[in-house]
Design a protein around this ligand. Structure first.
Ligand code: HEM
Length: 106
């Protein structure tokens, strides 16, 4: 999928994850976010279209998505241990990553 489509998938599933009281639905939403974040690494932000794939900017962009994926995995691990409230609290913190990378590359 294109980057903007992957972002919409990330955003829709994030909304569901933060709203749900079901551990299964929370985990499914985070898994969908994870797959979209992984796929987004193959894209190029419109802002970086003039940059080489191995430029510092493109590496920084992909690093941001890896950071999000790492946070998703930590939250998924908590949910799998039955700690849904803690998992959600960690998921709230994805916003910091979103905001700092949107500021740089969106
Ligand atoms: C929970 C985390 C995130 C959410 C909910 C989110 C959400 C969104 C949304 C809704 C859009 C607009 C998509 C559209 O135009 O249809 C967007 C665009 C964008 N996001 Fe994210 N985002 C997240 C994390 C990130 C991260 C970690 C990065 C970079 C490392 C990133 C980079 C971008 C870029 C470059 C665009 C512009 C894409 C374009 O115009 O084609 N986002 N994001």
């Amino acid at each position: 999928a294109d980057l903007d489509e992957n972002m919409d998938i990330i955003a829709g599933n994030y909304k569901t994850a933060l709203k749900t009281d079901s551990a299964d639905s929370f985990k499914q939403s985070l898994q969908n976010m994870r797959a979209a974040a992984q796929d987004a690494k193959q894209g190029t932000p419109p802002k970086l279209e003039d940059k080489a794939p191995d430029s510092p900017e493109m590496k920084g962009f992909r690093h941001g998505l890896d950071t999000l994926i790492g946070q998703i995995d930590a939250s998924l691990a908590l949910a799998s241990q039955g700690k849904l409230a803690e998992a959600k609290k960690q998921a709230e913190a994805f916003k910091t990553t979103r905001d700092s990378y949107h500021q740089k590359y969106r």
